[in-house]
Design a protein around this ligand. Sequence first.
Ligand code: PEP
Ligand code: MN
Length: 368
Amino acid sequence: MTKLKSISKLSAWFGNLNEPLIIAGPCSAESEEQVMQTAKQIAALGSVNIFRSGIWKPRTRPGNFEGVGEEGLQWLQQVKKETGLLTAVEVANHEHVELVAKYDIDILWIGARTTSNPFSVQELADSLKGFDKPVLVKNPINPDVNLWVGALERLHKAGIEKLAAIHRGFFPFEATPLRNIPKWEVPIELKSICHDLPIICDPSHIAGNTEYIPEIAQKAMDLNMDGLMIETHYNPTTALSDMNQQVTPNQLGNLLEKLVYRTTSTKDKDFANVLEILRSQIDSIDQQMLELLSQRMGIVEEIGNYKSKNEVTILQLRRWEKIMSTRIKLGKKLGLTEDFVKKLLQLVHKESIQRQTEVMNKISFKKE
Ligand code: PEP
Ligand code: MN
């Protein structure tokens, strides 16, 4: 069980934050003009609490725009003075922490690549000892909830109680139009491990494209997440990083207006949340089930090829009987009835034979 106790409530961080918490701003600070124009337009919306901006950019390959560095922190100070927005910056090492303290940045976040590395997180936790600023921890690149919890625990052990998690999705191994797979069950598991921890969703990095941001943001609200971090740029077509996923302040305003927040009574709200959580677990399990079945069929075809080359029959009765008896036994152990497992396997087996027949026919037609 996690040692994440006495986590501060979001509303207690600065005394006047709206919930859900809305964080917006460019992927990267690029110029004084870009930062100030974007911040002023965002502040004019009235619904954003925090201005985000990358100052040091963790790029997958060297040679891309790696951030403006210390100079950008001065622009953020100006944002604070002129707009009243709070400021948030990504930190990845001790030097970054010293600089954000020097320029009095309000909130720090730890990026996905950094969370993935316990050495880096520990270095940050050591330099953040005694800090009273909130720290937001993005999920690691891979869907490992323990790595995420571990990073939060390291910071908590360093005395940081103003903590929140940011869900930004996970590296996709499967084909998807999204940049990162949301795997909603992972932040849900984090919440069930640590009930008091606020979780903010970053639909921009999940989507990778502005088109998908509204539906992902809505899903986060339906799951009762505590806020959103949305990349916003006054002129995204000129952005030096993450150009496709940044919205304009105007688009951000529309998106926030269209979001449906739950307004039902607490009791109904809890009920709807539980239902939504359970449904997204089912969605995720169904997806995994279908992916596994598709993998199984792939192997079946391979076997079909192999059998055909070696001129062996498709149906191997003894193998089939063994499959049935071992699976029924396993099913029983897992609380599934014999009847259900039998029917399921018969269906899978029928499809497998069909696939193998197709493979073998193709091969024998080729031979002719
Ligand atoms: C970012 O927020 O700009 C960023 C680099 O995100 P992530 O760490 O989620 O990739
Ligand atoms: Mn970005």
